[in-house]
Design a binder for this molecule. Sequence first.
Ligand code: C2O
Ligand code: CU
Length: 463
Amino acid sequence: SRRNLLKAGVGVGAYGAGIALASRFGVASSPAPLLLEAKGTEAILDGTHVTKGMMTYAKADAPSANIPPVLRLRRGEPFVARFTNRLDEPTTVHWHGLRVPNRMDGVPFLTQPYLYKGDSFDYAFTPPDAGTFWYHPHCNTLTQIGRGMTGLLIVEDPKDPQFDAEITINLRDWRLGSDGQFIEQFRPRDTAKAGTNGTVRGANWRVEPSFDAPTGGLVRVRLAATDVTRIYALKLDGAEALVVALDGHPVPKIDRLETITIGPGQRLDLALRMPDSEGKTARLIDVRPSSAKTVANFRSVGTSLKRTLGDVTPLTPNPWQEPDLKSVERVPLILSATAENAPTQSICGTLGYTFWAINRVAWDGDTPDPMAPLVEMKLGKSYVFNLENNTPHAHPIHLHGMNFKVISSNARAVQPLITDTYLVLPDEKVQLALVADNVGDWVLHCHIIEHQKTGMTSFVRVI
Ligand code: C2O
Ligand code: CU
């Protein structure tokens, strides 16, 4: 109707006009935007108390939920999120693992201005890769992620194999006191080591949630580790599964899940075969010695579908340009616990300490005049990052805007995974290869947010 056309066209600029025209003429010239907002909320996280002061994402036109919505996109189809900040502090949205144009990457100053309370921004891009990704802020992230701003983002491909069910798991802990309220998100003495873990553990904002799925069926489990700090060693008890993708990308070789270690920022896709008798439960457990715990349960319901893991078909690989290893430029990336400078304070938050550095320089904080990039890469040229961890702690190192391939390590046999986050072990030296295929300034940082915010951040430039 005319009224709806007007409503859609008012106050939203070019996109609004595009949508109005599109609905009038029946042409989808630009997609209808997803209305996404950031806002305060509260929820029961520990099973007993209402935790106040949470922060979340919500769809503006859907009934409000406390857990950020799982966003579903399609590979190769344009997507627009019209994002509005309703928090009392600035924020931005980063699409972790998605190869997007630089100005959609959500990093204050490097790619866009802060979004203050009431500000809106259209994040528009077309995802080139299918898989399991996630979204989170890139401003004051220890607080904002720590208080709930982490959502799964799934890019579907029409060619994706069919499963009997799909379960999405947002795996994370919370730092709460015994009264269920947030406590100090970090302890400096831990930040200078492996980081500060949460006190209440769970998935999808519940403690040991139980998911129902068809007895004897094949389930695609899409899991994202969205903790600010915790590293998991995940194992299944009572069922079997294949690891079909890691960090959004189909694995080069499908293996049975034994124990898999994943750090903050990483994703895991499983083909899970449900137990064969109705009512039986399988458990996903974290078997790290200091922190063993069930994180989720899967319960069989209905009569058995009698599938087997042999019925699983591999996923379609994402497009990937193979680096030319004969003509690469090598870029040293040395992680250390000492820096030659001290960061400045900024709105989006440094923590007031410097513990870490990349190539001996600690991140400056968000500033219009950042330090020099680690490297200036030429569009289309191949590079190898020689990542060297000179610290006694593991660091999930994440690159924005591009994927890299794990080539070799001095510490373990590696699969040639294509990924955006590599969990580098203490004293490990690893080689990561990529073609510089996306123009812009791209952050590279440890996804243990305390480490990120106390120096272990830098950026690369592609020109
Ligand atoms: Cu998950 Cu800088 O990002
Ligand atoms: Cu780290």
